[in-house]
Each structure stands twice: as structure tokens, then as C-alpha cells.
Write a protein that binds this ligand. Structure first.
Ligand code: C2E
Ligand code: MG
Ligand code: MG
Length: 561
């Protein structure tokens, strides 16, 4: 052994004290083949191995997935032949597993035969596209890493401050992943992380971000939330999806996750605040039995405080004329004609700017303000319908949303009759949109109310069909004129198989029951074409038009006449 020369003969270069050693951008270190101790590492090596100070004492075995005995054998042989070569695809570095490659040869260090080796982190070199992705991506799952996630969160925060766009941060922790890793080994564990990452990515839109924080923790940033409750719906979807096992090497593996959610709050301006909050919520979800989600509780307090403020202001909004209505066209897919308009309430708050219905309808319901608000919309929409009727522009129906709470109000029938009488619009030109919960109640308390409005000639549509819990039995007991397929499902058409199946079944159901069926929220030509092929009658969505204010709607109606 002793007659072997160092493999790189230029001692000045290979001397660990040389300039190359100190300044190289890649990791170099000297290791004792007898016990695998790292005797010295250059600055890049210290960074890779997370060593600090001038006397790093660490064993190479800590950074490799191979057992110590095997490593000692390799080092032994390397010292004999003068060449070291190791490649480890699952080297546990920091919180993740990396693909490391070592190349080295013999040197003298403190009078001893040692190995001088370089270490390359190949996972940083091959990104998802096979070339360098810097350090923005997690090498195992190719998801964005924490740094890239923080960047995206920062951008979202900046936008939210300008536009008051709502977003949510969901941290997901795989339940008992450590145990699984220990029982089934790292290869299985890594494979599971990859498959989980893939499944997770399937749940979010292009504009959302899924990232891996490290270890068994993932994070999702959901932007442009129409309703903060959608973050809970997403969490439920993810939890439910894990009922399907992952197949790894022919074996079915099951795993559950716990999820912590933090919502946008105007006073929290650092990305770290959101990670902290969702992480705290994740701990609660884990404590409370895992396989569940929790919101950060202060987030809920904040929400409540905003609610109280919104509720107070909503009282004045009606008097101060801050409420308006926009109208969204409904298009017949066979004739391409405008066959309806849906009245959608809008609130321009004197300080907050535009407040969306998803923010204030819920508050209005909880504070019972929905009753006067609903009457206002009803009257206003009827008056507008009258204007269009006189101009010969009114399509078949003017659709108006009714909250379930309005049915609790004894005055509803009188209010509807009042609005019709005042405007002189024939009842069959008004379509009231009700929810599945109202349909269910139609067996009980609301039956008389619905029956009276129906016998007046008013039409009914069931809004957001499929998102409630109605059974077909109830649907049969209350024959509505129209079914509105919820946007939640339409948005998945045609790519998502489940959503497509639901949309198809809803259309068939409506046909069977001789109801008109309309798809809400169609945004793309592909969606519209697909809906047409499924013989869906009508579409309402951004593809044809956003909700329009009365002047814009007038122009739209004239153009499409
Ligand atoms: P909705 O009745 O299901 O109304 C459809 C919602 O989907 C509207 O949101 C509309 O702007 C939106 N939308 C339409 N097409 C598209 C599309 O292609 N893409 C996307 N992303 N969204 C689309 P909006 O106006 O924010 O209203 C939200 C909900 O608030 C309504 O859902 C309705 O439940 C409630 N709401 C609105 N106005 C009233 C009202 O006067 N009274 C009551 N009780 N509820 C109302
Ligand atoms: Mg509606
Ligand atoms: Mg709807």
C-alpha cells in the first residue's frame, strides 16, 4: 500500500492547504479510511455537510445511506487501489435526500495515508428538466423548495395588499412518515413522497404553488380564493383522495396527512408569518388525532372581527347606495342566444373598495341582514328587467339568488309579489335561484312558500347543484325548472375524470327530469365545446361574459340580438 503514489501527482494542487482546496466552488474533504472520519473540509464541503468552525469532526457515514460497515469496506479498498468512487442516490443531507457523487485519491495528511475526495451534489445539477435548476427545486420531487415558495408567497402577499385578493397557505405533514421510513426503508419512503407530490399537484390550479418544505412536509399556496371556505374544501379533497393507496413496487401503501391552514390577513406582511401560523395549525391537527385539517385559530378570530366590521357597515351600505348589481348573461348552446341574465350583488365599500359577495353574503346571512339585502336585490333586478322589457331586450328570464334564510321570513311571498307588482314584470320572466338545502326543506317548512310562488308562475333554478347534500328523492318532490351545475365541477372539465363524470351525470339527470341544465363558470372554449357535446343546454361563464353593469349589459344584449 505504501508504495502507491497519490493519484494526482502535483502535490501543490492536492495539498489540502492549497489555494485550490480553499477556493474551489465544489466540496473537497480529507477522510481517514480507517474510521471514515472527515478530517478537514473546504468551505464548499462545510456548506454541503453543514459543518461549522475550523475543527469539523464528523463521520462520512452520517451523510450516506449505506451502512457503516459497507462504507469502511469501500474506503479500505480505495486506500488499497488509490481510487475512491462512491455514488449515493439517497444521501441524507439536511432535511432531504440528495444524489451525491464522490471522486478521490490518496494523499498524505499529518503523516497518515488518507483520501482526498471531491463531492458533487448531482441533484442540484439535474433539475426536473435535466439541467441546473439552481437551488429552487426539491431534488426528489422536483417541486419548488422552501425558498422558491417564499418568493411566490411574497408576490402573492404584495398582490393581496393591492387588491385584497384572498389566499390560503396549507401545510401538510405526512402522518407517521418516520415510522414508515424505518419499517419499509428509504427507497420506499422516497417513492411515496414522489407519488404523494404528484397527486397533490393534481389538486391545484396552474396558478397555485405546491412546494416541499423538506422531510415529510409539503405546502400549498392557494391564490385568488373566491371564498375562504374553499381552502377547507381543498383540504377535505386531499384527505379524501388518500383513501386510494399508492402502489410502490407492486405493493399498496396507504398514508394519511394532517393539514394546517392560515388565511391572508392584511396585517401579516412576512411570508414567515403564514408558515408559522399554518405550522401551528398543523400541530393542532396532529394533536387532535391526525388525518384532519385545522385553521389557525387567530385567523378565525380575525375573520370574526372583520365580519363584525362588515356587518356594521352593511347596515349603512343599503342606505348609502354602496350596493349595486351586475348581470351575467346565460347563453343557449344550440342557438347561441342570450336566454337569461343572473343578477349578482356588488358592494363598493367607501374604504375597503370592492367587497365580493363571498365575503359579505355569508356575513349578511349570519347577521340576518340578508333579508333586507335580498329584498333590495329583488326589487332592483325587477326594475332593471322592466327597463329591458320595454326596450325589447329582456331575455327569457332574469335570475335572482335567494338565500335559504329568506325562506324563514314570513314576508317572502309578499315581497316577491310586491317587486313584481311594482315593476310590472310578468312572473314567468323571473327565475329564483335556490340552494339544495331549500329543496330539502321543501318537504317540510318551506313547502307552502315554494308552492305559492310557483303557482304565481315564477320559475325556479337549483344553484350550485352537486355541492349540497340533496338526495334525488327531494329533487323529485320539488320540480325546479333548471339545474345549475356548480362551477366547482365545470372547472375540471374535460381533464378531471371525476368532475367530468359528475357533470355528465347531472346533465343526464336534468334531461330525465325534463329540466333545463346550465353549466356555471365555463371559462374556456374547450369547456364549452365539451359541454355542447354532452348536450348541456346553456352556459354561464367568463368564456361568454363576465358579470356586467347595466350599461354594459345593455350593449351586450343589443349586440347579441
Ligand atoms: P352563484 O349564484 O353561483 O353565482 C355565480 C358566481 O360565479 C358569481 O360570483 C359569478 O361572478 C361567478 N362566475 C361566473 N362565471 C364565472 C367564471 O367563468 N369563472 C369564475 N371563476 N367565476 C365565475 P359572485 O358574483 O362573486 O357571487 C358569488 C355568490 O354569491 C353567488 O354564487 C351567490 O351564491 C351569492 N350571491 C351573489 N349575489 C347574491 C344576491 O343578491 N343574493 C344572494 N342570496 N346571494 C348572492
Ligand atoms: Mg346563483
Ligand atoms: Mg352558482
Amino acid at each position: 500500500m505504501s508504495e502507491l503514489e497519490p493519484i494526482i501527482p502535483n502535490i501543490e494542487v492536492t495539498d489540502p492547504r492549497s489555494a485550490l482546496f480553499r477556493t474551489a466552488g465544489f466540496a473537497m474533504f480529507v477522510i481517514d479510511p480507517a474510521d471514515a472520519k472527515i478530517l478537514v473540509a473546504n468551505p464548499a464541503g462545510e456548506r454541503l455537510f453543514g459543518l461549522s468552525g475550523d475543527a469539523p469532526v464528523a463521520s462520512l457515514e452520517t451523510y450516506l445511506s449505506i451502512p457503516k460497515s459497507e462504507l469502511l469496506n469501500i474506503l479500505h479498498r480505495a486506500a488499497e487501489v488509490g481510487v475512491l468512487e462512491i455514488r449515493d442516490r439517497h444521501a441524507p443531507i439536511g432535511d432531504s435526500h440528495r444524489e451525491l457523487e464522490f471522486h478521490g485519491g490518496l494523499v498524505q495528511w499529518d503523516g497518515k495515508q488518507c483520501l482526498l475526495s471531491t463531492a458533487f451534489d448531482l441533484s442540484q445539477i439535474h433539475g426536473p428538466n435535466g439541467w441546473s435548476e439552481g437551488t429552487s427545486f426539491d431534488p426528489l420531487t422536483f417541486l419548488p423548495n422552501k425558498d422558491l415558495f417564499s418568493d411566490r408567497l411574497e408576490q402573492t402577499l404584495a398582490r393581496a395588499r393591492r387588491t385584497n385578493e384572498q389566499f390560503a397557505v396549507l401545510i401538510l405533514g405526512l402522518d407517521r412518515f418516520k415510522q414508515l421510513n424505518e419499517t419499509h426503508g428509504h427507497t420506499t419512503g422516497d417513492e411515496l413522497l414522489k407519488l404523494f407530490a404528484e397527486r397533490l399537484r393534481g389538486f391545484v390550479r396552474e396558478t397555485d404553488t405546491v412546494a416541499r418544505l423538506g422531510g415529510d412536509e409539503f405546502v400549498v399556496l392557494v391564490t385568488a380564493l373566491q371564498d375562504v371556505a374553499h381552502s377547507a374544501i381543498l383540504a377535505q379533497k386531499i384527505l379524501r383522495s388518500l383513501a386510494d393507496p399508492f402502489e410502490i413496487l407492486g405493493v399498496d401503501m396507504r398514508i394519511t396527512v394532517s393539514i394546517g391552514i392560515a388565511l391572508y390577513h392584511p396585517e401579516l406582511t412576512a411570508p414567515g408569518d403564514y408558515l408559522e401560523r399554518s405550522d401551528a395549525a398543523l400541530s393542532v391537527a396532529k394533536q387532535e388525532g391526525r388525518n384532519t385539517y385545522r385553521f389557525h385559530t387567530e385567523t378565525l378570530d380575525d375573520l370574526f372581527r372583520t365580519e363584525v366590521a362588515i356587518g356594521t357597515d352593511l347596515h349603512h351600505a343599503l342606505d348609502d347606495e354602496e350596493l349595486t348589481i351586475q348581470y351575467q348573461p346565460q347563453i343557449d348552446l344550440r342557438t347561441n342566444r342570450v336566454v337569461g341574465l343572473e343578477a349578482l350583488a356588488r358592494w363598493s365599500h367607501h374604504r375597503r373598495g370592492q367587497v365580493t359577495p363571498s365575503e359579505f353574503i355569508g356575513v349578511a346571512e349570519r347577521t340576518n341582514l340578508i333579508v333586507p339585502l335580498g329584498i333590495w336585490v329583488l326589487r332592483q333586478a325587477c326594475l332593471q328587467a322592466r327597463i329591458w322589457l320595454d326596450q325589447g331586450l329582456l331575455p327569457d328570464v332574469m335570475a335572482i339568488n335567494l338565500s335559504p334564510l329568506q325562506f324563514k321570513d314570513q314576508q317572502l311571498v309578499a315581497d316577491v309579489r310586491g317587486a313584481l307588482g311594482e315593476s310590472g314584470v310578468p312572473p314567468e320572466r323571473i327565475e329564483l335561484e335556490i340552494t339544495e338545502s331549500v329543496v330539502m326543506e321543501s318537504m317540510g317548512g318551506y313547502h307552502a312558500t315554494l308552492a305559492r310562488l310557483r303557482s304565481d308562475g315564477i320559475r325556479f333554478a337549483i344553484d350550485d347543484f352537486g355541492t349540497g347534500y340533496s338526495s334525488l328523492k327531494y329533487l323529485r318532490s320539488f320540480p325546479a325548472d333548471k339545474l345549475k351545475v356548480a362551477q366547482e365541477f365545470v372547472s375540471g372539465v374535460p381533464e378531471d375524470r371525476n368532475d367530468t363524470a359528475i357533470v355528465r351525470a347531472t346533465i343526464d339527470l336534468a334531461k330525465d327530469m325534463e329540466m333545463t341544465v346550465i353549466a356555471e363558470g365555463a371559462e374556456t372554449a374547450a369547456q364549452v365545446e365539451f359541454l355542447r357535446a354532452l348536450r348541456c343546454d346553456q352556459v354561464q361563464g367568463y368564456y361568454f361574459s363576465q358579470p356586467l353593469d347595466p350599461d354594459q349589459a345593455t350593449a351586450f344584449l343589443k349586440e347579441r340580438k
